[in-house]
Design a protein around this ligand. Structure first.
Ligand code: NAD
Length: 256
């Protein structure tokens, strides 16, 4: 029987790349995201790789929508073997001007939703004695940068939750790990380049060179394929003793 991966925020950027990587490896995929063409994306990936897919537009700010998404996926696929908590949002501003609603949104989507999805899949994973939870955090789950109070807080929170879930999952064959990317050129980062340019009073080219890639020893954006392949390994049976860690894929940023 094919394994099933539920991947949040999988209709764009890193999540979509991870979904394609898992689809290529033969997993069925439960897609989620706010993109209007999410259902078409899910259907196309299913057709391309000959796998079963579903799409849920569940808003991760709503715990009851998360519970419904997980229940629907479990009914449709039979089970969820792998949960990839990937969805995330960003907002860049000095703390004194940081809008409260942006703080609530970032903490809600990036951090609290990881608790709600993990809680929702837990019972099934525990009953089957197998589960893989993979959190896409960030180098900002391990390091701080100015103007990113909510984002850095949310990602550090998930770094902690990853360790707790690893400990609680250990007796039941459930592992939980985090992947911490450096900068990946996705729609989220395109938005950040613009916001950072405003915050730092720089051109967009200066932001890429002097703010973003400045922190990475390797002066390149991280490839989405590297993240997909790593997630696939973490999901494998082979990685059964690899748990509770945050793995940077960040061009040497956090080596400093
Ligand atoms: P993206 O903007 O391309 O995709 C984000 C996805 O999350 C989209 O599908 C969006 O619809 C979904 N999403 C956002 N809010 C949601 C909500 N309320 N409910 C349901 N879905 C929601 O971003 P990305 O760059 O691919 O980022 C993916 C993850 O990787 C995020 O957690 C981000 O923090 C992390 N990350 C990105 C980078 C980078 O450089 N791009 C670096 C480190 C970490």
């Amino acid at each position: 029987m094919k394994k099933t991966a539920l991947i949040t925020g999988s209709t764009s950027g890193i999540g979509l790349a991870i979904a394609r990587c898992f689809a290529k490896a033969g997993y069925n995929i439960a897609f989620n995201g706010l993109e209007a063409n999410g259902a078409e994306i899910a259907a196309e990936v299913g057709k391309e790789f000959g796998i079963k897919t579903s799409f849920s537009p569940a808003n991760l700010m709503k715990p009851e929508a998360i519970q419904a998404m997980v229940a629907e996926a479990e009914t449709f696929f039979g089970q969820i073997d792998v949960l990839v908590n990937n969805a995330g949002v960003q907002f860049v501003s000095p703390v004194e001007d940081f809008p409260i609603e942006k703080w609530d949104l970032i903490i809600g989507v990036n951090m609290s939703a990881v608790f709600h999805t993990s809680k929702a899949v837990w019972k099934g994973m525990k009953a089957r004695g197998f589960g893989r939870i993979i959190n896409i955090t960030s180098a900002h789950g391990l390091r701080a940068s100015e103007f990113k109070s909510a984002y850095v807080t949310s990602k550090h929170g998930v770094t902690g939750l990853t360790k707790v879930l690893a400990l609680e999952g250990a007796p039941f064959g459930i592992t939980c790990n985090a992947i911490c990317p450096g900068y990946v050129r996705t729609p989220l980062v395109e938005g950040q380049i613009k916001d950072q340019a405003k915050a730092h009073n720089m051109t967009e080219e200066e932001v890429i060179e002097k703010v973003m890639l400045k922190k990475q020893a390797i002066k390149d954006f991280v490839s989405i394929e590297a993240l997909g392949e790593l997630a696939l390994f973490l999901a494998s049976e082979t990685a059964s003793e690899l748990t509770g860690v945050s793995i940077p894929v960040d061009g040497g940023w956090t080596a400093q």
